[in-house]
Write a protein that binds this ligand. Structure first.
Ligand SMILES: Cc1cc2nc3c(=O)[nH]c(=O)nc-3n(C[C@H](O)[C@H](O)[C@H](O)COP(=O)(O)O)c2cc1C
Length: 213
């Protein structure tokens, strides 16, 4: 299956980033492609000025377009998802998440805004065409403590909840593989049609020339 992770944290060392990394690691064996879009690493001006023709913005949008599974990970900011994430989601086409399976992930200071994913993020995902939104995984900061040496680690209870949601994704691997095969066949057929219609055009052009002499 083709997977992309979108990370909406502005921090270099990030809890929502750690949650996303664990999710991606758990799906590695079933992934035919696995990309990460860390929105903070996109060029800020191109992002904020909606420069769709910037190569890095184009590449990120293409990765979302190609993906079958989209992991969306964000810190909770001011009782909602991050503005950074929204800046990127605003660049997606109106139906940019249609026919994709979405896994919402978030970290917050406490459980106070646990429902932010339901009342804030999910409506945006739906507006982008997403109809297959899996159970969100939310973790508080104490559930993702600092690692002894570097970064963060997930407490077992978070790993367990994450594992349960991702199990649904893994269980659908055959379905995703069939979709990939069908897409490949469709592309092959289309490119054959384009080649043969190009041949025809060439023939028409040369016949036209013959007729006119
Ligand atoms: C500007 C800002 C606003 C925040 N607002 C909230 C909030 O409303 N509710 C909450 O639970 N946590 C809030 N937090 C805490 C972060 O959501 C939390 O620390 C999160 O794990 C950070 O994720 P990150 O390390 O991936 O950036 C806020 C943090 C910052 C910096």
């Amino acid at each position: 299956m083709k997977i992309v992770g979108i990370l909406g944290s502005p921090s270099v060392s990030s809890r929502s980033g750690t949650l996303l990394q664990h999710a991606q690691a758990a799906l590695q064996d079933v992934a035919s492609s696995l990309h990460t879009i860390s929105v903070r690493e996109l060029p800020a001006e191109a992002l904020l000025h909606a420069q769709f023709d910037h190569p890095l913005i184009r590449q990120a949008l293409h990765e979302v377009h190609e993906a079958q599974v989209v992991l969306v990970s964000t810190p909770i900011y001011k009782a909602a998802y991050s503005g950074l994430l929204k800046a990127f989601l605003d660049l997606l086409p109106q139906d940019g998440l249609r026919d994709k399976t979405i896994v919402p992930l978030a970290t917050g200071g406490s459980i106070a805004h646990l429902l932010a994913l339901d009342y804030a993020l999910k409506p945006v995902l739906s507006a982008l065409g997403a109809r297959d939104i899996l159970d969100p995984v939310f973790a508080t900061d104490p559930q993702i403590p600092k690692h002894d040496t570097e970064g963060y680690r997930l407490l077992p209870e978070v790993q367990e909840r994450l594992g349960r949601t991702l199990q649904t994704v893994v269980a659908r691997n055959d379905e995703f593989l069939r979709q990939e095969d069908a897409a490949r066949e469709r592309e092959a057929l289309l490119s054959r049609l384009q080649v043969s219609s190009h041949d025809d055009t060439t023939r028409w052009a040369s016949s036209d020339v013959r007729w006119s002499t």
